[in-house]
Design a protein around this ligand. Structure first.
Ligand SMILES: N[C@@H](CCC(=O)N[C@@H](CS)C(=O)NCC(=O)O)C(=O)O
Length: 380
């Protein structure tokens, strides 16, 4: 661990020296959120504390990672108090890449409405909270979206015992006709509330939208019958339905999730502060490393034996001379640590979403060579 930190400091010192030796003057800009940033040459940008988030995390020795207050399969707390889920595992993957230790994570639970301010103020280093990449979040807030780790889409869930016209396989048009006059509940600060209002207005349906702080409150109201319908990302609805079936909630096995074709695109993935490109690279290539390992058939269990399985893996795992991790301010074996400690994309997916029956087969979350959208640029 000490050797790894010493190497990281040496690389960061080189990066800082390289910036300082430039003839080009650094220019200071003010971001949309009013945070002052110093924009130096060669894309090395730092916050007004003078530290990039990479340095902050290395100096602190832990990663502060923002997750949800409870989204099945993405971030939840198990009976032992551990954070589990695909998002929680991507927090661990970044900690493994930067600190060589997947357990060096301080999880911060955030509601949808709290999440962007927590990132902006530095309360967290990275946001992994089933967050949809949208133009306004990207362009209007001082944030950058890193990659898509799950392609989702918004759906609606209802109880056919009370709304008898609901059935699986409805078109969007039939769905909006079926929810006309209903009370629809979701959590505030989400794309969800905007999509459902827009969709209802477009199709001429009249709904009463009720927003709550945490999605679990919307579920409680739905079960109590004070909300006729709940709506969020499809993964969330499948997750909550599975959890309620498992918990024996009366009638949960009959709840209908519709329409079949979601009413929106919800590409979910990590978010970082804007103008922090060194950190952005680190988080982005951590995600890509999990995609590339799967593409090359390398798993957590096989990582040690497979270090030189292909030239690309040899570079990615830091055993080839032309490895790039040290140029990114990481140790050469950073992504070997990610795969051996956390696993490849398919393993992360199956571990967290498999138990909820969120099938990957035939969806956009397949690798590109299997007809999906999971695609990483080459590691070279
Ligand atoms: N992807 C959407 C919705 C995200 C969202 O808040 N989903 C709910 C339902 S799974 C959730 O995370 N709930 C947990 C919580 O309220 O903390 C967004 O980025 O706005």
């Amino acid at each position: 661990m000490m050797k790894r930190l010493a190497l990281l400091f040496a690389v960061l010192a080189l990066v800082a020296a390289a910036c300082g030796s430039s003839d080009e003057a650094a220019e200071t800009t003010t971001t949309a959120a009013g945070t002052e940033t110093t924009v130096a040459d060669a894309g090395q940008e730092t916050t007004d504390t003078g530290e990039s988030t990479l340095e902050t995390v290395v100096n602190r020795g832990t990663l502060k990672c923002g997750i949800s207050t409870g989204a099945p399969g993405f971030s939840e707390t198990d009976p032992q108090g551990n954070s589990t889920g695909l998002d929680a595992d991507y927090c661990r993957a970044v900690a493994a890449a930067v600190l060589g230790d997947a357990t060096a994570v301080e999880f911060r639970q955030l509601t949808a409405a709290e999440r962007f301010a927590a990132l902006d103020t530095g309360e967290i280093d990275v946001l992994m909270r089933n967050t949809t990449w949208t133009q306004s979040r990207d362009g209007d807030l001082a944030l950058d979206f890193v990659a898509t780790t799950f392609y989702d889409g918004q759906q609606i869930m209802g109880n056919p015992a009370t709304l008898t016209s609901l059935k699986e396989g409805m078109t969007a048009e039939e769905a909006f006709a079926a929810i006309d006059g209903g009370i629809v509940c979701t959590n505030a600060g989400t794309t969800t509330e905007k999509n459902i209002s827009e969709g209802a207005a477009q199709s001429g349906a009249s709904i009463s939208l009720e927003t709550v702080e945490n999605f679990s409150e919307a579920m409680d109201k739905f079960i109590a019958g004070t909300c006729d319908l709940v709506t969020t990302d499809g993964s969330g609805l499948f997750g909550h339905r599975s959890a309620n079936i498992a918990a024996g909630t009366e009638g949960a096995e009959n709840w209908v999730i519709f329409p079949d074709a979601p009413i929106s695109k919800e590409p979910l993935g990590p978010v970082v502060r804007q103008n922090d490109s060194t950190w952005m690279d680190v988080v982005q290539w951590t995600v890509f490393a999990t995609f590339i390992a799967e593409e090359n058939g390398v798993t957590a269990a096989s990582a040690e034996a497979d270090k030189e399985k292909t030239p690309e893996i040899a570079r990615l795992f830091g055993v080839a001379d032309d490895e790039v991790q040290t140029k990114m301010g990481l140790s050469a074996d950073a992504f070997f640590q990610v795969i051996s400690q956390v696993g490849n994309y398919g393993e992360i997916y199956e571990r967290n979403l498999g138990p909820l029956n969120l099938k990957r087969d035939g969806t956009r979350n397949m690798q590109w060579y299997d007809g999906g959208l999971i695609y990483a640029p080459p590691a070279r």
